[in-house]
Every structure is written in structure tokens, then in C-alpha cells.
Design a protein around this ligand. Structure first.
Ligand SMILES: Nc1ncnc2c1ncn2[C@@H]1O[C@H](COP(=O)(O)OP(=O)(O)OP(=O)(O)O)[C@@H](O)[C@H]1O
Length: 245
């Protein structure tokens, strides 16, 4: 079953046509990496999926719900679709543990003892068991991002959207975050959509790679085909450019 389905979607910022004719179907359980040059529309596309950006035309189905249908409850979509941002977006005035426990308490009404148990297990999973009572300001960027991932997992979502999760990190922090993401992709049934410039991560973890340029999807291939033999000349060029970095 499709977890995420775009049908002829168009998105505009005023007169600027940001997403052109997007047709894309992502199955439940798939790990898909979205790549492309700066300004190609990757963030815009990923942000439409949980309603952070509205679409103007076409249809977008998430977990079977039509985002344009006024009867669709966006809170329900957001409950099932987590998001990890480039700049973490933690609550800076709350402890690490509170950051993770807040949404399950408020939205899922999870029992407090159970909530704490799950949060501590998740902190352990992301390698931060000893940071539960720290404030975010006491953490490195890589640690903050791992808290953000744990926070997202705490909701037990069906899908998680990652919008350049390692782009704001110092190089030495990137590996730990990618390792956590790799384990999630390997061990869970969740649908993962990841915008990233980390090609070795894409190669190792993605089931599929989508290449965007100028607001269009130019290539949508299995990971193997994409890296060995991309059909789209701009994808080839992009790959050779990032390979030289
Ligand atoms: N709120 C906005 N208002 C107007 N234009 C916008 C807005 N957000 C994005 N854009 C434009 O839409 C285009 C796509 O932006 P988007 O951030 O989706 O690209 P991207 O592929 O994620 O880029 P990057 O890799 O640099 O993050 C860009 O030309 C950008 O300037």
C-alpha cells in the first residue's frame, strides 16, 4: 500500500512554480532518498507531506487520507508522520527527556510511567542514555539531532520525513546521526523519506533514489540503477559533482 502518493501535484510560492507535475508513490516500509541541487524543491516537496506547505493543484494522499479534503484531520496525519529538521527544532527550555515525552503525553495521552520508560529506551537507542536530564543547550549539534530523532520515534509514527538532518552539523558529528538513521531503516517497518547530500548513506540505506531539479522529479530509480547507470543527464552530472567533493 502507498504510504505517500502525489498525483499531478503543483505548488506555487506566489508566481513561482516550485513543484511541477509531481507524481510519486512511496510504499509503506520503503526508505527513499531525495536528492538534487540547491533550490530544486526537495524541502518544499517533503514539507507538503505533513501540511507545512500547501499544494495548489493535484492530489496528495498520506496514509490514504487526502490532504486537500477538509474532512482530513491534519493532527492525525502529523501524529503518524514525524519530521526531523535541519536545525533540530528542540524545545530549548525543556530537558532532553521532556522534549521526548511531551508529544506522546499531550497527543497520545500515554501513561506517564510508560511514556518515561519509552523515552529512556529511545535515548539509549540513540546513544544518549546519560543525557536525559540535560538541557538541549548542553548538547552538541549531533546529540541534539539524535534527541530530535528519538522525539520523533516516541510517537511511533508510520513514517518519518528527514529534511537534511546532517547539513547543519560539524563533519565529525555526521556519522553518529547517520548510524542512528541507518539502524532505523534496517530495523523498522516505518516509511522513511530522507533529503540528504550524503551519497554514501543513500547508497547504503535507500531502496530508491529520487532526483529533483527545478521543481521536477527527473529520475526515480532503484538505488542500484541510480548510482550505476542513471538515465537522466542532470542526475549524472550531479553525481559527478558531488563525487568530487
Ligand atoms: N516560502 C517561500 N517563498 C518563496 N519561495 C520559496 C519559499 N520556500 C522556498 N522557495 C523557493 O522554492 C525553491 C525550492 O526551494 P526548496 O527549499 O524546496 O529547495 P531545496 O531543494 O530544498 O534546496 P536546498 O538544498 O538549498 O535546501 C527555491 O527556488 C526557493 O527559493
Amino acid at each position: 500500500m502507498s504510504m505517500i502518493e502525489f498525483k499531478d501535484v503543483q505548488k506555487y510560492y506566489g508566481d513561482f512554480h516550485a513543484l511541477h507535475d509531481i507524481n510519486l508513490s512511496i510504499d509503506a516500509g520503503e526508505t527513499v532518498v531525495l536528492i538534487g541541487p540547491s533550490g530544486s524543491g526537495k524541502s518544499t516537496l517533503i514539507r507538503t507531506i505533513n501540511g507545512l506547505e500547501e499544494i495548489e493543484e493535484g492530489q496528495l494522499l498520506v496514509d490514504g487520507f487526502d490532504l486537500h479534503d477538509p474532512k482530513t484531520d491534519m493532527n492525525k496525519i502529523r501524529k503518524n508522520v514525524g519530521m526531523v529538521f535541519q536545525h533540530f527544532n528542540l524545545y530549548n527550555n525543556k530537558s532532553v527527556l521532556e522534549n521526548i515525552m511531551l508529544a506522546p503525553r499531550l497527543v497520545l495521552k500515554r501513561d506517564e510511567a510508560e511514556n518515561k520508560k519509552i523515552a529512556l529506551e529511545l535515548l539509549d537507542q540513540v546513544g544518549l542514555a546519560d543525557k536525559a536530564n540535560n538541557m538541549p543547550s548542553a548538547l552538541s549539534g549531533g546529540q541534539k539531532q539524535r534527541v530530535a530523532i528519538a522525539r520523533s520515534l516516541a510517537m511511533k509514527p508510520k513514517a518519518i520525513l528527514f529534511d537534511e538532518p546532517t547539513s547543519a552539523l560539524d563533519p565529525e558529528m555526521i556519522g553518529d546521526v547517520l548510524d542512528v538513521m541507518r539502524d532505523i531503516a534496517k530495523d523498522s517497518e516505518m516509511t522513511l523519506l530522507v533529503v540528504t547530500h550524503e551519497m554514501s548513506f543513500a547508497k547504503a540505506v535507500a531502496d530508491r533514489v529520487i532526483f529533483m531539479a527545478d521543481g521536477r522529479i527527473l529520475e526515480d530509480s532503484s538505488t542500484e540503477v541510480f548510482f550505476e547507470n542513471p538515465t537522466e543527464p542532470r542526475a549524472k552530472k550531479f553525481l559527478s559533482q558531488v563525487a568530487h567533493h
